[in-house]
Design a protein around this ligand. Structure first.
Ligand SMILES: Cc1cc2nc3c(=O)[nH]c(=O)nc-3n(C[C@H](O)[C@H](O)[C@H](O)COP(=O)(O)OP(=O)(O)OC[C@H]3O[C@@H](n4cnc5c(N)ncnc54)[C@H](O)[C@@H]3O)c2cc1C
Length: 401
């Protein structure tokens, strides 16, 4: 049986192991506990039609998996539409978003509607700056801890071996690091692990992991999240505001989860990780206290924060804010990269594992693999200029509160 070493046990590594395990000998190595990286901090907002608008088949496959997994182990899926308020200046761009989505091949399952913001008068504050609302059906949410625990359990049932607390130092190739060579395994802090194939799913650490064998244009990017006490109406939709760089959803216990994007080393907001991590909290606090009460009817300026998820561990991004899932021609044979999910990795879970499997086995995938190949980038430089997915969604606007 083909032996595969998967480096990283976040959503990319776990979904890869899950898809390969039935007929591969899979070992997952993580420098930390299993599933304890960025994936464990995620908000569980599942909006692939919003975040992968050009890949309807990929997007639908991802959500169908969660619906099928519902009720397995401790995992519970909640259907919930996603509503984005649209300012008067952005109505044309929003109309274009709806039109291009609805015209796209196969997109009928997630028809996007542009409606008057008044239709969501119970959600938006009376002073909210919105004229319209973009509405995506077919989205939902779940508790990420429940998802990761369930995926881990299902992997164990399929025979996956987990090696936590094992840092992988490099990918080992048979003979030097030039195209045409083959992967032979990985070097860890405890010695070599032989494998016929290696999947690099190490999040923002992927460029370092691959330094000897492949250059990838990936750099850190993250979100920071707070959970608020709020008086939410039943079934309140999830939502977001690209101009604020923020998103939100209700939780099953009646709280409001709010996230704000934050770039490390970016050209858009912060230019470096702040020396004092509390600065991230300050930015989030300003959003919660000064901006959000004028946006959402259910949020008071003094709503107690019950939990912060200010993430010292970063997610990763590429220049076009889409992941790299590929067995690149310039890499040693047997190496697959699955990283750079830019705040949208959890929602794509089974599509990631399915794509990696397709690369390793040559089997067809139920969606196109080409949007995620490395060769779409001319440069491999990790110091690229970058606009977040949110910013890209409102043409002509660079955001800022
Ligand atoms: C606050 C926050 C909220 C988010 N909310 C959402 C959301 O609602 N929906 C959504 O879809 N996405 C969300 N995201 C994004 C999502 O969390 C990421 O896109 C996703 O978790 C990336 O998964 P990954 O497997 O690539 O990375 P990770 O989960 O970071 O996994 C990488 C793993 O590799 C391990 N590793 C690294 N280097 C090595 C090494 N050398 N040797 C061994 N192991 C190594 C790490 O320990 C880690 O466990 C959010 C992110 C943050 C920070």
């Amino acid at each position: 049986m083909t032996r595969v070493a998967v480096v990283g046990s976040g959503v990319a590594g776990l979904s890869t192991a899950y898809r390969l395990a039935p007929d591969h000998d899979v070992v997952v190595l993580d420098r930390d506990a299993i599933g304890n990286g960025t994936s464990s901090r995620a908000s569980g907002v599942i909006t692939t039609p919003v975040d992968y608008p050009d890949q309807p088949a990929w997007s639908r496959h991802a959500i169908e998996f969660f619906r099928e997994l519902d009720g397995t182990g401790v995992f519970e899926w909640t259907d919930r539409e996603y509503v984005r308020g649209v300012r008067p200046a952005d109505v044309d761009a929003a109309r274009e978003t709806a039109t291009s989505n609805n015209d796209a091949e196969e997109s009928s399952a997630t028809e996007v509607r542009l409606v008057d913001a008044d239709a969501y008068a119970d959600v938006f504050d009376a002073e909210a700056p919105y004229e319209k609302a973009l509405v995506w059906p077919g989205t939902g949410y779940f508790d990420v801890d429940e998802f990761l625990a369930t995926m881990r359990r299902e992997c164990v049932r399929r025979g996956v071996e987990f090696r936590p607390d094992t840092t992988v130092e490099s990918v080992r190739v048979t003979d030097g690091a030039v195209a045409g060579d083959e992967v032979a395994g990985v070097e860890t802090e405890y010695g070599s692990v032989d494998a016929d194939a290696v999947v690099a799913a190490a999040g923002s650490a992927t460029p370092d992991l691959l330094a000897d064998v492949l250059r990838v244009p990936i750099r850190p990017f993250t979100w920071n999240v707070a959970y608020l006490e709020a008086d939410l109406p039943d079934g309140v939709p999830m939502g977001g505001d690209p101009v604020l760089g923020a998103y939100w959803r209700g939780t099953r216990d009646g709280r409001l989860l709010v996230g704000i994007e934050h770039q490390y080393g970016g050209s858009d907001r912060a230019t470096a990780p702040p020396e004092d991590p509390r600065e991230i909290g300050d930015e989030l606090d300003r959003l919660l206290r000064e901006e959000l009460p004028g946006i959402l009817a259910s949020v008071d300026a003094d709503a107690p924060v019950v939990r912060y998820e200010c993430c010292p561990m970063a997610d990763a991004t590429t220049p076009d804010a889409k992941p790299i899932i590929d067995a690149p021609a310039e890499a040693p044979d047997g190496l697959v990269v699955a990283a750079g999910f830019h705040g949208a990795g959890v929602m794509a879970a089974d599509s990631i594992g399915t794509a990696v499997r397709a690369h390793l086995t040559g089997e067809p995938a139920p969606f196109s693999l080409s949007p995620f190949t490395l060769d779409r980038f001319e440069s491999r430089d990790a110091d690229f200029p970058f606009r977040t997915m949110f910013r890209q969604s409102v043409p002509g606007r660079d955001g800022g509160a």
